[in-house]
Structure formats: structure tokens, C-alpha cells
Write a protein of this length. Sequence first.
Length: 72
Amino acid sequence: AGVSHDCAREARRAGLLRPDNGRRYRPKLAGWLAKLGRLRAEGMTWPEIRAWTRRRWLPGHEHERREPARNA
């Protein structure tokens, strides 16, 4: 996914990445990991990323469905 192993491990510890036991979602998982890596590289903390992932699909937060850095 173009992301370091350390970044993937940190995302997993932050609860943002879960194992794909059946390997069915491998491409989507790689894309999600790349997005997490981009957000982290842009300076967001893991708690900020986690808060964004939790609220982006809530009613009234439609504007947050895109990546936070691109919401401007």
C-alpha cells in the first residue's frame, strides 16, 4: 500500500485497522491503509484520525466524508 510497516502497526494499535482473516477485502484494506498513511503524513494524530472516521458517516457530517485535508 506504499505505507511503512510501522505505520500499519500504529494504525492497528489505534483501532483503525483490523485483520482480514479471509483475505476477501485485501484491495480495500490496502486502499484504507494508504489513506491512513496520507492523513498521518499530513500531520493528523491517530486520535484525530479516529475521531474523523467515527463521525464522517453520521447525519449532519456529510461534508466530512472526504479526507479532512481536502475539505477546504
